[in-house]
Design a protein around this ligand. Structure first.
Ligand SMILES: [Zn+2]
Length: 193
């Protein structure tokens, strides 16, 4: 009998809590906090106004990163505004500076036509070089599944998506604004073959 009475009291308490709508709203307050986490992603702007002929590859390469990592987002800089990442077309080999580049910092991507002449995929080239800016070194030789294996995967490789380990490394570099505290390496990595 006593047991039943206790259950009855507990049920009443639950009913009270459920009808106390304002309190329930207060308890669900962490929802906006989660949204804040998403907006805390580091935004890096890029200027590709000197990368004629690479527009579609840049759009696709940037989209690959933006859809596969959460902690850093790449956005095209408005004309005439400052950009952290300068993307230029060259007649040499693709190369890029090693990051992780910070907001307000400076990184460079050179989209060299020699790799295209040899048959390498333009979108994979863009995504690979941006990977350097985001702090990833080369992993050559390596399989096509790795973005940072670059040209070592051969000209038939068109994968422009970073694998799970590559994604995780970039996420760590930019987690909680970590990129603001860790200096970028800054070395230029030349992807010549
Ligand atoms: Zn490389």
């Amino acid at each position: 009998m006593l047991h039943h009475i206790r259950l009855g009291i507990a049920s009443t308490a639950v009913a009270v809590a459920l009808t106390a709508a304002p309190a329930a709203n207060a308890l669900s307050a962490p929802e906006p906090a989660a949204a804040n986490d998403a907006s805390a992603a580091v935004t890096l702007r890029y200027d590709d106004s000197r990368a004629a002929g690479w527009e579609a590859a840049i759009t696709a390469g940037v989209a690959s990163w933006n859809s596969n990592v959460e902690n850093v987002k790449l956005v095209e800089a408005a004309p005439g505004t400052r950009a952290e990442i300068q993307i230029v077309a060259t007649s040499g080999w693709p190369q890029a500076s090693l990051g992780p580049v910070r907001p307000g910092g400076q990184a460079r991507v050179e989209l060299g036509s020699q790799a295209v002449t040899q048959g390498h995929d333009k979108t994979r080239i863009v995504a690979h070089e941006l990977g350097h800016n985001l702090g990833l070194p080369d992993t050559k030789p390596g399989p096509c599944s790795q973005l940072m294996s670059g040209s070592s995967a051969g000209t038939s490789c068109k994968n422009a998506v970073p694998d799970a380990a590559e994604q995780a490394r970039v996420e760590r570099a930019y987690a909680g604004g970590a990129a603001a505290r860790v200096p970028a390496d800054g070395r230029m990595l030349v992807d010549a073959r």
